[in-house]
Design a protein around this ligand. Structure first.
Ligand SMILES: [Zn+2]
Length: 228
C-alpha cells in the first residue's frame, strides 16, 4: 500500500505565488513609509522655520513695545546725572548730592524695570578631562537698569534656566548670549554699571531689532567696558 499522492507541485506554486504577493505588498508599504517619512521631514522643517519666524516676530514685538515711559524718562535722567556728576566744574558737595540722588534713582529703576533686554552667558558644568575645574556659573545683565544676576545653586547651562530667580527667560524679555568678558566688564566695575546708562536706549533697541531671532549678539566694541 502506498501513501496517497499529494499535489506537491501545486502547493509549492501556491506558496511561491503567495510569497511573491507578500513581497510586493512589503515593497509597496516600504514605499509608503518612505513617502510618509519624507512628508514628516518636510513638516518638521516647516515647523522649525515657523518656530524661528515666530521667535523673530516675538522679539521684534518686545523691541517695538520698547520701555514704559516712566522707565525711559528715569533712565535718561540717570544718564544725565551721571554725566553731570563727572563734571570737574562742580563742588564736592554738588557731586556728593548728585551721587546720593543717583543711588536712589538707581534703586528705583531696578525696582520698576521688567528687564526686557538682557545679555549674558551660560554656565558650564565643567569637563571630566579637567576634573570639572573649568566649571563656571552663568550671569545675566539687564541693559535697561543694570541689574545683574549670577546663577546660584545649580549651574544654568545653555539648555537650562536653573539658578536665575529674576532674569530667567520669559515672555516680554529677550535674553541674548554674548562674550563673557563683555558681561563681566559691565558687572565688575561700578563705572561699568553706569556705562550701561551711557548707552542710548535707541542703540540698544536697534541692536536687538537687528539681532531678532538670534541667540548670540556680537557686542559692539565701542559699547564695551573691559573687565579688570
Ligand atoms: Zn532691568
Amino acid at each position: 500500500m502506498t501513501a496517497p499522492k499529494r499535489d506537491l507541485a501545486r502547493e509549492i506554486a501556491w506558496f511561491n505565488d503567495r510569497m511573491g504577493k507578500t513581497k510586493r505588498i512589503i515593497v509597496g508599504q516600504e514605499d509608503l513609509v518612505k513617502k510618509a517619512t519624507g512628508k514628516i521631514r518636510k513638516f518638521q522643517s516647516d515647523l522649525q522655520e515657523d518656530w524661528h519666524r515666530l521667535k523673530v516676530l516675538t522679539e521684534l514685538q518686545v523691541v517695538e513695545n520698547g520701555l514704559p515711559e516712566n522707565i525711559s524718562i528715569l533712565r535718561s535722567k540717570i544718564a544725565q546725572k551721571i554725566k553731570h556728576a563727572s563734571r570737574r566744574d562742580i563742588t564736592i558737595e554738588q557731586k556728593e548730592s548728585l551721587e546720593r540722588e543717583l543711588v536712589v534713582m538707581h534703586e528705583c529703576i531696578r525696582r520698576l524695570c521688567q528687564h526686557p533686554f538682557v545679555i549674558g552667558y551660560p554656565g558650564f558644568e565643567g569637563s571630566q578631562s579637567n576634573d570639572f575645574d573649568d566649571a563656571h556659573h552663568g550671569a545675566r545683565l539687564c541693559l535697561v537698569c543694570s541689574f545683574g544676576e549670577r546663577d546660584s545653586g545649580s549651574i544654568a547651562t545653555e539648555d537650562t534656566e536653573n539658578g536665575f530667580s529674576t532674569l530667567q527667560k520669559q515672555p516680554g524679555r529677550i535674553v541674548k548670549r554674548t562674550d563673557m568678558k563683555i558681561v563681566q566688564g559691565f558687572a565688575f566695575l561700578f563705572g561699568g554699571i553706569s556705562k550701561i546708562f551711557e548707552i542710548d536706549l535707541v542703540v540698544i533697541l536697534n541692536l536687538f531689532d537687528k539681532k531678532a531671532g538670534c541667540d548670540w549678539v556680537d557686542w559692539p566694541k565701542e559699547m564695551s567696558v573691559s573687565a579688570k
